[in-house]
Design a binder for this molecule. Sequence first.
Ligand code: DER
Length: 258
Amino acid sequence: DRIEAAKRKAAYRAVEEHFDSSMRFVGIGSGSTIVYGVEAIKDHLEKNPPPPNHMNWFVPTGWNSRKVIEEAGLLPIAFDSLPRETMIEVCFDGADEVDEELNCIKGGGACLFQEKLVACRSKKFVCIADYRKQQKRLLTNWPSIPIEVAPIAHASVLRELKLLGSPDAKLREHSVAKSGPIQTDQSFYIIDAPFKTLLSPLDVKNGSDGSGKDGQWDVEALAARIKMISGVLEVGLFHGMNGYEAQAAGLQGGQKPV
Ligand code: DER
């Protein structure tokens, strides 16, 4: 259908522009769009075989990602077996919403922690997303920010989020499988925290105040503030992707997502 076709088109274009058979380490995110990304990489490798004795390693970002890599017949390598000085050449991943500065809300698939780890180790972060995801500001269409928290701390994190302007923040429960909160690959919980539509960096440049007064935040300020709450492992806001100079609580080391 139209959406699947859009996902596929975005994936093939992203791979065509940013993947090369001579790459050694490539990060693979989670979700349904990335399946097309892996399919496009597989096609590319068949048409453009790597140099003899060259290995393409694919770095998964959790259970779902590893499964996608293995089902495509590609070789996964565990993140913790990456040599310290190795940078991942490029990381392909999806997103739940993307603003005009290419900041992303991520975590719909509850894999945001390992996705951010891999993105931070990547020279380039390529976000593959269909037209539904692009909005002027984050939290326009996607309702809340996914936050990965230590189970023991979930109640106190909920209380702090309420004070920051998210009274309706709640634990992500199983939809059908079993009652109770879902658990991530780290056996942590996910809290989904709705906030007012986030101000973009452009709004801030034009003088808007996104420091949290009356619950109005900008992307960077809110990501940093949530990250400070005791018990928070990671926040599903990917921003500040433009290289090592980025001081934001988001990502260092990546380039602007494309
Ligand atoms: O969890 C994530 O951040 C994923 O990338 C995901 O939400 C994107 O999912 P989709 O490709 O199925 O929309």
